[in-house]
Every structure is written in C-alpha cells, then in structure tokens.
Design a protein around this ligand. Structure first.
Ligand SMILES: C[S@@+](CC[C@H](N)C(=O)[O-])C[C@H]1O[C@@H](n2cnc3c(N)ncnc32)[C@H](O)[C@@H]1O
Length: 280
C-alpha cells in the first residue's frame, strides 16, 4: 500500500550510523530506554513504529532480559533497508514492514503492552496524527502504554554565543524543520494538542513534558541534525539537479558547519509524551 507519509532522508550507511548515534543521545537525555512513568514489570509484548535500524527494540530486549524479563519486541517500518541481517537478531525480536498510518493486521489488535513512536514529527502531517494515534490505540492492550519521543520544531530556537555572527543557514534549517516535508499543511499543529488528540482516541496522557537537556546533549543533537541536513540537501541536489546543484549543496553544508564552529547552535526542544490506553 502506498505510504501516506514521505520520508526524504536516505537509508544508507551514514543514515544508519546517524540514527544509532541519535538513539544513544536520546537515551542519554532520558536516562534509559523506557520512561520511568512506564512500569517495566509486565511488559511482555512491545512494538516500535518506524523503527529505522531497530536499535531501540534490540536494546529494550537486551535490557529486559538482563533484568530477568523475557519480552517479545516487534519493530515496524515502511522500509527494511536499515534492518540488521536476521541472523544478527535475538529470537525474541521480529522486524516487519508496516506503514504506521495504515491499519494493522487484526492479529496485532489489543496485542502490545507498550508502543513507541520516535522521530515521527518531520513526516507526520497534522491531518494524519489522529490516524496514527488511533492505530496505536488499536494495537495496545487495555492499560497499555504509548511512549512518543520527538523534537518540537516550534519550541526549538537558535542560540548564538556572544562572538557568533549571524547564522543564516542554521536559521534556514530551523525554518525548514517547521514545515512538513510536502503539502500545504502549514505547521505541526497537532503537537500542542497532542494530549487532547490522544484522549479523543482513547489514550490518556500520563506525562507530556520537554526533556531536560545539557549543553553536551544539545551538541550531540546538533551533530545529528547537521548530518541529517547534509544528507537531505546533498541527496536532494543529486536527485533534482546536476553537479552545480551538488556543489551548491556542499557549500551550504560547509557554511552550516562554519556557523556551528563560530558558536551558533540550534537548541532542539525534545519532548516525551506518555499515554495509557483507557481500560474499557
Ligand atoms: C527519523 S527515523 C527514526 C527511526 C527510529 N524511530 C529511531 O528513533 O531511531 C524515521 C523512521 O520512520 C520510518 N517511516 C517513515 N514513514 C513511515 C510510516 N509511514 N510508517 C512507518 N515508518 C515510517 C522511516 O523509514 C525511518 O526509518
């Protein structure tokens, strides 16, 4: 089935290393893989939507095993390009192809104790957020949890040190991150409404807060953002233009790096939203 969302980043070696690095940076900020609001006892069936390299399911399965809990963990994505080879996966991890905005097979309805959504903001149009939350509701067991970790582009902003010059490329990256990848749907209007939207789909908010970050955390997030920017402008130029477009894209990436070196950076506002499926 055609995907209702567009994902324009590449899925090669660099992209996988970037996702794994970003995973480590987020884990560092949260202090673990699963937010403390979610009790880990009783988690037997876990899903990660848009799992990318499957680093989160792999580490969750390992961590739960180390505490004596055996959970089955499933990762879903529209592409398997970044999945590790099946022989590298522990037997309790299964990776499958599934568009998170399409209805899941009935065998997964009321199946999971915990569903994670992470890194979806850039391709989740406001009109589709409700369907995504409905799908999460449908695949959770009553009393099951949703963990949604992401960046809020509207609360993110540029921070410049006293000696930094203006940072037009960083500003452009910020403005770009506030628009969806395609379409006219202007902004991620669903983010401030997330608790109400989730409740309308039967998911009660337990926690909705920004994740505290240190300067070092922000450095790591900016490194990852820089790589994503490099990836998107250069692969976009390769796709749509000739070598002149690629040269221009490379120049832009170099300018971005100089702005960051001169002391500017994006303060990326990360949030963690935890909700629970209302028991019927
Ligand atoms: C920014 S990456 C985040 C990967 C992973 N969640 C993480 O945090 O490490 C977004 C992932 O979502 C996947 N994706 C994009 N659109 C999707 C959709 N409609 N349904 C499921 N996955 C999707 C992409 O293929 C990509 O692997």
């Amino acid at each position: 089935m055609a995907s209702s969302s567009k994902y324009l980043l590449s899925r090669g070696l660099h992209a996988s290393v970037r996702l794994n690095f970003q995973h480590w940076a987020i884990k560092r900020m949260i202090g673990g893989l699963i937010h403390p609001k979610i009790p880990i006892n009783g988690l037997t069936s876990i899903a990660d939507l848009g799992t990318g390299t499957a680093i989160w399911p792999i580490e969750v399965a390992e961590e739960l095993k180390a505490t004596g809990l055996e959970a089955s963990v499933k990762g879903f994505d529209i592409s398997s390009a970044q999945y590790p080879a099946p022989n590298l996966l522990p037997p309790n991890i299964h990776l499958d192809i599934q568009d998170a905005f399409d209805t899941f097979e009935p065998k997964y309805h009321s199946y999971f104790d915990l569903v994670q959504v992470r890194g979806f903001v850039s391709f989740t149009r406001s009109a589709a957020a409700e369907k995504l939350l409905h799908n999460v509701f449908q695949i959770l067991k009553p009393g099951g949890y949703l963990q949604w970790i992401d960046v809020d582009p509207h609360k993110s902003h540029i921070v410049s040190s006293d000696f930094a010059q203006a940072s037009p490329v960083l500003e452009r990256v910020l403005q770009r991150s506030r628009r969806p990848i395609e379409g006219d749907d202007p902004v991620f209007t669903f983010l401030p409404e997330l608790p109400n939207l989730a409740l309308s789909q039967g998911l009660q908010c337990l926690h909705n807060d920004s994740i505290p970050t240190s300067d070092l955390d922000q450095l790591y997030l900016n490194q990852s953002l820089g790589m994503a920017f490099e990836d998107s402008v250069i692969s976009g130029a390769k796709l749509n233009g000739g070598s002149a477009a690629v040269d221009e894209a490379e120049m832009m990436v170099n300018k971005l790096l100089s702005e960051i070196e001169a002391g500017a950076r994006m303060h990326m506002e990360m949030f963690c939203f935890i909700a629970q499926k209302v028991e019927s």
